[in-house]
Design a protein around this ligand. Structure first.
Ligand code: ATP
Length: 334
């Protein structure tokens, strides 16, 4: 059920001029006092709403406010983001999503935070998560697929994020191309823009739940020194800020559509073409870093199971499983 606040935001955004208090009361089925109270709350959250006597209300500026109503009012999905849990600050959205999953939260629940104190990368690494500038979100799912196939959903999410970000760049007439560095990074200008971390709770043949965490550097001003050459943000590349709630909504839509394609075959066969088109690794020399094993080769793309195909010097093709492996360009990070 959509909350009244979510409905007000939708109405205000779709109205070019003023929306009268009377109209709002009728559309929402609430009193004038209630409308006034909601407007007061929204103003406190940072929305610039002008109230003019005999005219009504007008949203003069849509700030980059991140909150449950702001996100919900932009979502156009059927199940992805069905429930939104927003926190100003959290340890890690993956940790929160797992907790909610244990408590019975529905598949499609989306956890979003404005700041993470213990943002996670793979193998216990840290994901820098400053407040007020980026997207940290985790989608909880209870997919009816085998646990061995779960890592493919990292790739489906990567593709969805890449497509949503590319759409923003295209609409701004920016000629840059977003790429995916297999398996879990989205890069722009050969620097890391997005990190994805999938975790699950599963039995041998059954997934209890799975959480896909996504960290996106959206309006990040400055990175810690060790990341300065390796990381970038949308703001850094575009020269202006991007609305985070809208980006989240676009990603959820892409993910829902891509997941529907994935679900038909429970593999990536229907998405391979799109994936290869945005792959940063394809036909590139790469170094594969597997726990206890390191080798080089040429990346030849991925197969329908999401494995990276790496051709070694003796022309043998290695099928690299997207579990705990890292891939580097031979001469740089990508
Ligand atoms: P690899 O580069 O080995 O493939 P990875 O993609 O598995 O690594 P993750 O574990 O997903 O990396 O992410 C953690 C790493 O990402 C950190 O070790 C750090 O180098 C980098 N990092 C941390 N925070 C950010 C950030 N906000 N933006 C970009 N990169 C970051």
């Amino acid at each position: 059920m959509e909350s009244t606040k979510t409905k007000i935001l939708k109405l205000l955004r779709s109205e070019k001029g003023y929306l009268s208090g009377q109209e709002l009361c009728e559309k929402l089925g609430v009193s004038r006092t209630a409308v006034w109270k909601y407007m007061k709350q929204l103003k406190e959250e940072g929305y610039q709403i002008q109230a003019v006597q005999n005219k009504g209300y007008c949203l003069v500026d849509v700030p980059d406010v991140l909150g449950e109503s702001e996100i919900k009012s932009r979502l156009t999905t059927k199940w992805a983001g069905k429930e939104v849990y927003f926190q100003e600050e959290t340890d890690s959205t993956n940790t929160q999503a797992k907790k909610l999953a244990e408590e019975g939260a529905v598949s499609g629940t989306l956890v979003v935070a404005d700041c993470q104190k213990k943002g996670k990368g793979r193998r216990g690494r840290v994901w820098e998560s400053p407040k007020g500038s980026s997207v940290y979100m985790t989608l909880l799912m209870r997919p009816d697929i085998l646990p061995q196939r779960a890592s493919m959903l990292t790739l489906v999410m990567g593709l969805s994020v890449a497509q949503a970000v590319q759409k923003i760049l295209d609409s701004e007439k920016c000629t840059q191309k977003v790429q995916i560095k297999w398996p879990n990074d989205v890069v722009l200008n050969r620097k890391k823009l997005v990190g994805i971390l999938t975790e699950m709770s599963a039995q041998i043949d059954y997934i209890e739940y799975l959480v896909i965490g996504v960290g996106i550097n959206v309006n990040t001003g400055e990175f810690p020194e060790e990341l300065q050459d390796k990381a970038t943000s949308l703001q850094a590349e575009l020269g202006h800020s991007v609305n985070r709630a809208e980006l989240i909504a676009q990603i959820m839509k892409r993910f829902e559509d891509n997941y529907a394609i994935f679900e038909k075959t429970q593999d990536l066969s229907g998405l391979l073409e799109e994936y290869e088109a945005v792959s940063a690794n394809c036909q590139q020399p790469v170094k594969v870093l597997e726990p206890g094993k390191e080798y080089t080769g040429i990346a030849r793309g991925i197969n329908k199971m999401g494995e990276l195909l790496v051709e070694r010097e003796d022309h043998r093709i290695e099928q690299v499983y997207a579990g705990e492996v890292s891939v580097r360009g031979l001469y740089s990070y990508v």
